[in-house]
Unconditional design. Structure first.
Length: 142
């Protein structure tokens, strides 16, 4: 049996760290593609929204994988990616929209619903609350 002692693995072209192992054995992958994005402050407005939700504020974007002008995540390599969405539904009191509203959120791959059978979960909400209900959608996509 052999022992291979390596602290850092770099890509062959640019000497970027691809994998780092510290003295305690903790492994970090500094180039792991990930992003955190959100909509700017839109509180106080009850407006209908149809189409792609574009998160126009980025908290972080490792690898430049999220485009905040068109709302698209581009996977740099083929593989599995975990995507999560959290939002608020509309409420049904007199200060909100006057008629029952429905909210349907779906993850798409290249413009096609990534729904059941493809690893994604879609979210449907029908207005019935006097509060702003929490909407959550999580999916593992290939």
């Amino acid at each position: 049996m052999s022992t291979l002692k390596v602290g850092t693995i770099q890509d062959h072209a640019n000497s970027n760290n691809a994998l780092v192992i510290d003295g305690s054995g903790r492994v970090t992958k500094p180039a792991l593609p990930c992003f955190g994005a959100r909509r700017g402050n839109t509180s106080g407005s009850a407006t209908a929204y149809t189409g792609t939700i574009i998160f126009n504020e980025e908290d972080f974007d490792v690898g430049g994988v999220y485009n905040h002008t068109n709302g698209k995540f581009t996977a740099p390599v083929t593989g599995y990616y975990q995507l999560n969405f959290v939002g608020f539904g509309c409420k049904s009191d007199a200060n909100a929209m006057p008629v029952a509203q429905h909210i349907y959120v779906e993850m798409q791959i290249n413009g096609t619903n990534a729904g059941p059978g493809k690893g994604a979960v879609n979210y449907f909400y029908s207005q019935s609350s006097t509060t702003y209900p929490n909407m959550q959608l999580s999916c593992l996509l290939y």
